[in-house]
Write a protein that binds this ligand. Structure first.
Ligand code: SF4
Length: 418
């Protein structure tokens, strides 16, 4: 039986099975809101995000447009949507003045039903903060911060064209605590050109000393269209060594575990909360569990109403489109560039690929059958058998998850589900 909404929507009024599945995604699960702030003071050589330097003069008009889009989605959805996480990503959201962050959050509170303990994260660059600003952000409702640290080594930071130094990071963490934040993430990058294992180990030791609740560790990826790609194509940048990258990852993983961090995702570690569970980023869990999120802002992506939505990229065009308005049906807005329906087969594949990133939780067999009306072990019998023989995937009773070896070779696993 094909359960995709497009195919059997005429039956849904009567079909309890399908209704239960739709309820699982649309009613039981609250939404997440992603707000893209596409401004940076400088565009770093490795960055392929939709972000722009030198357009800060557009920020007030952009915030106005973002608020229009927030209200547009709320109005066309026809109901007050429940929301449990909000994420200001970028770009550099910490470039926004506190009163503009407050205006955005006020618009969200007026239009959506926020859960009592809604996680509200703001990404920040350490050099863009001071104590007063952090106190202001805390006061208007931000309760989680994520700092782009990348490295403590000045050579690495110069190579990455980051404008802060490690002293800025230490100071920012100190101010964060003074301002009353108790949920702080630091992003780090490894496998940098010229980076030694010893230099990376020093970074991890310093990260542990900063005593934050959460750490994200990413291997540098050289993306098309970036100056790094151009340099590496011309042989001006040493290629990273995959064996060294694996050593860095394994060393960090073991060291963080000794320091009391719990790894819950391929690239993410968190300290335990009072119940002994990792203080995970709940917003990102929404992505990894393949649940619905609304993307707002220039270039933002969403997964909502059974569609993958992508917004127009350029901030000036985004502003114009929201000013012009127009009539678009949920979940589209005037800023929507593409809206691609996701059929149930693709939704299943995406649920596997995203869910297997959760190294401990994996993909829950019960959630899968409740959502799709089919058994995970039946749909993916061939893939599971093949990957289990290669010691990349294991049956953990109620779930399917990566083995230790599978964490290092994740792409080899994910490709089987495409
Ligand atoms: S600060 Fe971050 S978002 Fe901005 S250009 Fe650099 S890497 Fe990209």
């Amino acid at each position: 039986m094909d359960l995709s909404p497009e195919i059997c929507s005429s039956l849904c009024f009567f079909c309890h099975l399908h209704q239960d599945i739709l309820n699982f995604v649309t009613v039981i699960s609250p939404y997440s809101l992603y707000l893209h702030i596409p401004f940076c003071t400088h565009r770093c050589g490795y960055c392929d995000f939709n972000t722009y330097a030198g357009l800060e003069n557009l920020i007030p008009a952009y915030v106005d447009a973002l608020i229009r889009e927030i209200r547009y989605v709320a109005t066309t959805s026809g109901t007050r949507l429940p929301v449990h996480t909000i994420f200001f990503g970028g770009g550099t959201p910490s470039l926004l003045p506190v009163d503009q962050v407050a205006d955005i959050l006020d618009a969200i509170k007026q239009s959506y039903d926020l859960e009592l303990n809604t996680e509200i994260t703001l990404e920040a660059n350490p050099g863009t903060l001071n104590l007063e600003k952090l106190q202001g952000l805390k006061q208007v409702g931000i309760n989680r911060l994520s700092f782009g640290v990348q490295s403590a080594n000045p050579e690495d930071l110069r190579l990455l064209e980051r404008k802060h130094d490690f002293a800025d990071v230490i100071q920012a963490v100190k101010w964060t605590r003074q301002a009353g934040f108790d949920n702080l993430n630091l992003d780090w990058i490894f496998s940098l050109p010229g980076q030694s294992l010893a230099s990376w180990q020093r970074n991890i030791e310093l990260a542990i000393d900063l005593n934050t609740e959460h750490l994200s560790l990413y291997a540098l990826s050289i993306e098309h269209g970036t100056p790094f790609k151009e340099m590496s194509s011309r042989g001006l940048m040493p290629l990273s060594d995959p064996d060294l990258a694996a050593d860095m990852y394994e060393w960090a993983s073991a060291q963080l575990s000794r320091a009391g961090f719990m790894q819950y995702e391929i690239s993410n570690w968190a300290k335990p909360d009072l119940d002994g569970k990792p203080l995970a980023c709940r917003h990102n869990l929404q992505y990894w569990r393949n649940l619905q999120y609304i993307g707002l802002g220039a270039g933002a992506h969403g997964y909502v109403g059974g569609m993958r939505i992508a917004n127009t990229l350029a901030p000036a065009v985004y502003i114009k489109k929201l000013r012009n308005g127009g009539s678009f049906s949920w979940p589209r807005t005037p800023a929507t560039a593409t809206a691609e329906p996701v059929d149930s087969s693709r939704e299943m594949d995406e649920t596997m690929i995203m869910g297997l990133r959760l190294v401990d939780e994996g993909v829950s067999k019960d959630d899968f059958s409740q959502r799709f009306g089919a058994q995970l072990g039946t749909i993916y019998a061939d893939q599971i058998k093949k990957l289990a023989v290669l010691n990349l995937l294991e049956d953990a009773g109620n779930s399917l998850r990566l083995t230790e070896r599978g964490r290092l070779l994740g792409n080899q696993v994910f490709i089987e589900f495409v």
